[in-house]
Design a protein around this ligand. Structure first.
Ligand code: HXC
Length: 544
């Protein structure tokens, strides 16, 4: 801070009558101000220069720089800059860490308020002592009262070892609030460094986790402990890098190539989210006509029902301005989830993806979709379900892994959700998977189908092997294929179409494919008043 201040007294005294006052700049700096500036500047600088240099050498931004990337310029209001650890053991007191290794405060992001904390690895490795934890807990309480999202930037060695159980208690404080405010305000975790031990569980309790390639790592126990406990040799990246958590464990929802790219993605996500469970997600005007024709869906009716395709293409065609923000892009690719707008309103999409495992449901896709549906329901976001599902993925691994238990989460999430639910059956909808994907009798509000849809207990080929097994066995070997084809066609004509289901009302309308966007927008408009925001949605977002 500059020592130069205006001296209004001498400035005005020095002027003659009728002349305009030109205040002189003089150096008058009261002791209290000098002291304040010294303390403030030292606290704001963070850790010692060599630690800051080490942070830079790893290609990482500083804790304050990160906040600057995230918030609107000049909007950040810090709280607790001067708080210090009360621990006196192991030399912690001598280090005089003002702020205790974490920056906390409020700022605006694209004009909307958010609570932000940013851990500073240059101060005791960003480790979490009691004061550090108290600051985060207090911020979370204030954010819940103010009804604004909480964004955590994590870069920490975990519980501060010098503070013993006090630091573990600190994690307890945070976990409790992560859970208490789950489904109340959106919570986002940005992992920008190591995240070890207890540090991993707070992000896991939040709604969305972001990681950056080569910079972010999450693990309960690091490579050394893994080696001594199990003998397995593994490096940081393989054990807990961004792609491991994005594609294998499912802990991470978004992967970025760099820190600035990560902050850009966080802002993009926030654009789709309401500030809290009492509001609706922000609408955005669009010039994209609601009745734009979706010719791609006409093509879908022509192709072989077994041909794979990426359901993303259909989502892009349906959405306003062809914009879709995919969540969990690299995990359980057989189901696609994310945000888009239809007629200006935010909608959450859940879509089977025939490009992977034919779009069948399995353990991971059930978990992925169920948790996303629960988030949407907690935050008043209507649900669009696009169905093209041949059934559940069969196999011993799935059964022993608990597909029954995991699949049930999907049924629970859809049945529990009271936000508007619109379903469009694109092609296959067989058996239990048809019921699971927001079917009418499980609470779907408006259920559409394309003329190409096949809604049945099972696919024609499987069905005829059961229904006509004796006839097929008794037929001559050379006649069997022709017999199978004939029987399958008969079955398809009768059952593998949307018409039987439409006749019972389980499908509300079979629609012109090109009109799908117009129909979906009209359906969501019709359902807009289904519940007032803040009502009936008192659910948290438990990690599934
Ligand atoms: C205190 C810590 C610390 C910690 C790091 N530091 N972790 N201080 N408590 N948990 C300090 C280091 O001593 C060092 O201090 C500085 O931070 C930088 O650390 P380095 O090791 O030099 O950095 P780097 O090589 O980048 O390695 C980072 C790291 C490593 C991978 C995070 O520090 C590490 O493995 N730390 C321990 C991780 C861990 O096991 N945490 C679990 C804690 S128990 P100086 O003074 O030398 O600069 C836990 C359980 C909670 O969290 C359960 C709650 C339910």
């Amino acid at each position: 801070m500059s020592d130069l201040i205006e001296d209004p007294i001498s400035g005005s005294e020095s002027q003659g009558k009728g002349k305009k006052a030109h205040p002189k700049k003089v150096r008058i700096v009261p002791e209290s101000l000098k002291r304040f500036r010294g303390v403030h500047d030292q606290a704001a600088a963070g850790g010692p220069p060599e630690k800051i240099a080490a942070q830079k050498a790893k290609g990482k931004l500083g804790a304050r720089e990160r906040i600057a990337y995230l918030v609107d310029e000049g909007s950040f209001q810090e709280l607790g800059l001067l708080m210090e650890s009360r621990c006196t053991d192991f030399g912690v007191k001598d280090k005089h860490i003002k702020g205790d290794g974490v920056i906390t405060g409020f700022g605006t992001i694209n004009g909307r308020l958010a609570a932000i904390f940013s851990e500073d690895f240059t101060q005791l490795g960003g480790s979490l002592g009691r004061t550090h934890a108290d600051k985060i807990a207090k911020l979370m309480d204030m954010a819940a009262d103010a009804r604004v999202p909480v964004i955590g930037i994590l870069d920490s060695g975990g519980a501060r070892i010098q503070e013993g159980v006090d630091s573990l208690d600190g994690y307890g404080e945070i976990f409790l609030r992560n859970t208490k405010y789950s489904g109340v305000v959106p919570q986002i975790s940005i992992i920008l460094g190591p995240c070890a031990g207890g540090a991993v569980y707070s992000p896991a309790l939040t709604d969305f986790v972001f990681m950056v390639k080569g910079i972010s790592h999450m693990f309960v126990t690091g490579p050394e402990v893994v080696k001594s406990a199990t003998g397995e040799e593994v490096d940081f990246e393989t054990l807990g890098g961004s792609m491991t958590h994005a594609s294998k464990s499912g802990v991470c929802h978004f992967v970025a190539n760099s820190e600035p790219d990560c902050f850009r993605q966080v802002k993009e996500l926030l654009n789709f989210l309401p500030q809290n469970r009492f509001e609706k997600a922000p609408a955005q005007e669009t010039k994209d006509p609601p009745d734009r024709k979706i010719t791609l869906l006409e093509k879908l009716c022509e192709i072989d029902p077994r041909k794979p395709y990426r359901v993303h293409h259909i989502i892009w065609w349906l959405s306003d301005d062809h914009k879709f923000l995919e969540v969990h892009h690299d995990f359980a690719k057989n189901i696609v989830v994310g945000f888009m707008r239809l007629g200006g309103q935010v909608v959450g999409v859940i879509a089977n993806n025939p490009a992977h495992m034919a779009g069948a449901l399995d353990i991971n896709s059930s978990d992925k979709a169920a948790r996303f549906i629960r988030f949407l329901n907690a935050f008043n976001i209507p649900i669009l379900t696009l169905v093209d599902v041949p059934g559940y993925w069969p196999g011993v691994a799935q059964e022993h892994g608990g597909i029954i238990r995991h699949g049930a989460k999907l049924l629970y999430a859809y049945s529990e959700a009271t936000v508007p639910k619109v379903t469009l059956v694109l092609r296959k909808a067989y058996g239990g998977a048809y019921i699971a994907m927001s079917s009418k009798l499980m609470g779907g509000d408006i259920n559409f189908s394309l003329p190409s849809a096949e809604i049945a207990v099972m696919g024609p080929r499987g069905a005829i092997e059961i229904l006509y097994s004796r006839q097929i066995k008794e037929a001559k070997e050379e006649d069997r294929d022709a017999l199978r084809a004939k029987l399958a066609k008969e079955y398809s004509d009768k059952f593998a179409s949307p018409y039987q289901t439409a006749s019972t009302g389980s499908i509300d309308e079979v629609i012109e494919p090109a009109q799908a966007r117009a129909q979906l927008i009209a359906a969501f408009r019709m359902l807009a008043g289904k519940r007032r925001s803040g009502e009936q949605n008192l659910t948290g977002n438990i990690p599934l």
